[in-house]
Write a protein of this length. Structure first.
Length: 291
């Protein structure tokens, strides 16, 4: 039953991250489904705005204690963690990294504004880069050699997410763009929360996109060439999110209102085939960060 739970969560999510699992061997794909289901579950707890903050904090504390049991060899009680436990044991997934993911979710309980880039980068590290660090082990990549790559790619993906979701976050009273950057570009928080598009907002969004681009380039540069086969799923994630960033740019950063920018299924299929072909032919050039 527990296997069906995480697979169902992954399938229903239609996530760009979950898409990449199709390139993994079956055993690693099951592990990534379980890991994704855990990350999705704790994120959903933090995002459940209909519940009081203290109740969500208690739920996250329960998830922390349950995953601690799973990592220590004791019996977890949550179905997702029951499925995840064999993969924790097989791939050596450390509790400290699961704890960092939960800490990132806890930041969303008390913080909906970020003062500057260092503050936002801590959030990006916890909710995205640490997931990448856990994934390295499942993919079969040496965690020490792939660490810089996972951190850079995680930041790139999360910054792309933040840009895409500015409008939806504003509807919930959230604003992840750093206050120092708003001030530098002459943009008020109130105008973004009101989803008012201005030349200043476009300049601000361009600066965030430029930072994301630098992170994609860092990932390209730190990708261990001899680990690329193991990291094929991560490379597909990078390719999809890079395309998403390019679409946001092409749309003039009109992300405050209207439909959320998405990568269409035909494009995703093309990226899957291109990534698979490059792997088969031994190409070492990633499908992102090239301009």
């Amino acid at each position: 039953m527990s296997v069906a739970i995480s697979q169902t969560i992954t399938r229903k999510s239609a996530s760009n991250l979950a898409l990449a699992f199709c390139l993994l061997p079956a055993d690693r794909r099951r592990a990534m489904c379980a890991l994704y289901a855990f990350c999705r579950a704790v994120d959903d707890v933090a995002d459940e705005d209909t519940l009081p903050v203290e109740q969500r904090r208690e739920q996250l504390a329960a998830w922390r204690e349950d995953i601690r049991r799973a990592c220590s060899g004791a019996a977890p009680t949550f179905a997702i963690n029951c499925e995840l436990q064999p993969h924790i044991e097989r791939f050596g997934l450390p509790f400290e990294e699961f704890d960092e993911v939960i800490r990132g979710c806890e930041m969303d309980l008390v913080q909906c504004r970020y003062a500057d880039w260092p503050e936002l980068e801590q959030y990006c590290y916890r909710v995205a880069s640490v997931v990448g660090l856990l994934s390295l082990r499942v993919f079969g990549c040496d965690p020490a050699r792939g660490r810089d790559y996972a951190i850079a790619l995680g930041h790139a993906l999360q910054l792309t997410n933040i840009l895409r979701d500015v409008g939806n976050d504003a509807r919930r009273g959230r604003l992840y763009l750093p206050a120092a950057e708003l001030e530098r570009h002459g943009v008020s928080a109130e105008s973004i929360l009101a989803r008012t598009y201005t030349p200043g907002f476009r300049a601000l969004a361009e600066a965030v996109a430029a930072r994301a681009r630098r992170r994609y380039r860092e990932a390209r540069q730190t990708l261990p060439a001899d680990q690329r086969r193991a990291l094929v799923a991560a490379e597909l994630m990078g390719a999809v999110y890079w395309r998403l960033l390019r679409q946001i740019e092409a749309a003039g950063f009109h992300v405050l209102d209207g439909p959320v920018v998405r990568v269409g299924k035909p494009v995703k299929l093309a990226l899957i085939l291109r990534t698979w072909w490059r792997l088969k032919t031994g190409s070492v050039r990633p499908n992102y960060g090239d301009s």
